[in-house]
Design a protein. Structure first.
Length: 277
């Protein structure tokens, strides 16, 4: 398995959520609303790489279209052609990196909040490389970057605070937000999250770490359903641990300590002679 863009990928903590919510002047429900719509509430793939979406029209813009004739699937003046989510996005990103590393990293959206690499400064970073490094380390850092980005745009932040989800979607997702019903989805999720129970972060962390370890706990949603408890029982039996019916901080610590170390969390450098913008 490739370790390019693979990091420690630690799960979101209660401290991370509380810090982001406090800094933005909102409640955790608003935070979870945005994360749920952007990435279904999970910042990593099962191989500990951040969730990304590579956007060919952004690469076209950053490179002034110099690669669009011969590489139209990864460089094109029009949005679209995204392909499948997940690992396939890294295949597209890797091809773009071979042409122009900086432009490629700037042309992908990263992590829990899907912050575009070109917005690194507004997310609190000195360059796109440092932003990507943070995205590899933890969901707390992904969320902190999202909060910094939201806080930088006062109109965007105001829309979030007032639950004006149409205005928020227009600013966050662009003028075509209605095509994918971003505003409707945001409003629906906020209604559920503001009146119901928020994800349990111990359960959620356990689900994420079980996924990394090759077990199948189902969706990383902070709810201990049958799949999650079965996956946990399989992990506990494999490691000679008592099988439990609940998930707490000690359970998470056991799972985290069982994760293999990451040999290479550093993204590969562009080959010699590759263009840079």
């Amino acid at each position: 398995m490739s370790t390019a863009f693979q990091g420690t990928a630690w799960a979101l903590s209660s401290e991370g959520v509380a810090k982001a919510a406090s800094g933005l002047g909102v409640h955790p429900a608003e935070i979870w609303t945005v994360l749920t719509v952007e990435t279904s509430g999970c910042g990593y793939l099962s191989d500990r790489r951040p969730q990304i979406l590579y956007e060919r029209h952004k690469f076209h813009d950053h490179t002034e279209g110099k690669y669009s004739d011969q590489h139209s699937d990864i460089s094109h003046p029009s949005a679209g052609g995204y392909g499948r989510h997940g690992a396939s996005q890294y295949s597209r990103l890797t091809r773009a990196i071979a042409l122009d590393r900086k432009a490629a990293l700037r042309s992908a959206s990263w992590g829990l909040g899907q912050i575009m690499g070109s917005n690194f400064a507004h997310a609190g970073f000195k360059n796109v490389e440092s932003m990507v490094d943070a995205m590899l380390r933890s969901e707390d850092e992904q969320l902190a970057a999202t909060a910094a980005f939201l806080g930088h745009d006062k109109k965007l932040l105001s829309a979030m605070q007032s639950h004006n989800w149409a205005a928020f979607a227009r600013k966050y997702n662009g003028p075509s937000y209605a095509i994918n019903k971003y505003d409707v989805r945001l409003a629906d999720h906020y209604k559920k999250l503001s009146t119901g129970k928020l994800p349990d972060l111990n359960i959620r962390a356990a689900q994420l770490y079980l996924t990394y370890l090759g077990f199948k706990p189902g969706t990383v949603d902070g709810k201990a359903g049958p799949k999650t408890l079965q996956a946990l029982a399989e992990f506990q039996k494999k490691h000679g641990l008592p099988v439990t019916s609940g998930i707490d901080h000690d359970t998470v610590a056991q799972l985290r300590s069982s994760l293999p170390s990451v040999d290479s969390a550093t993204p590969p450098q562009a080959p010699a002679g590759a263009g840079r913008s």
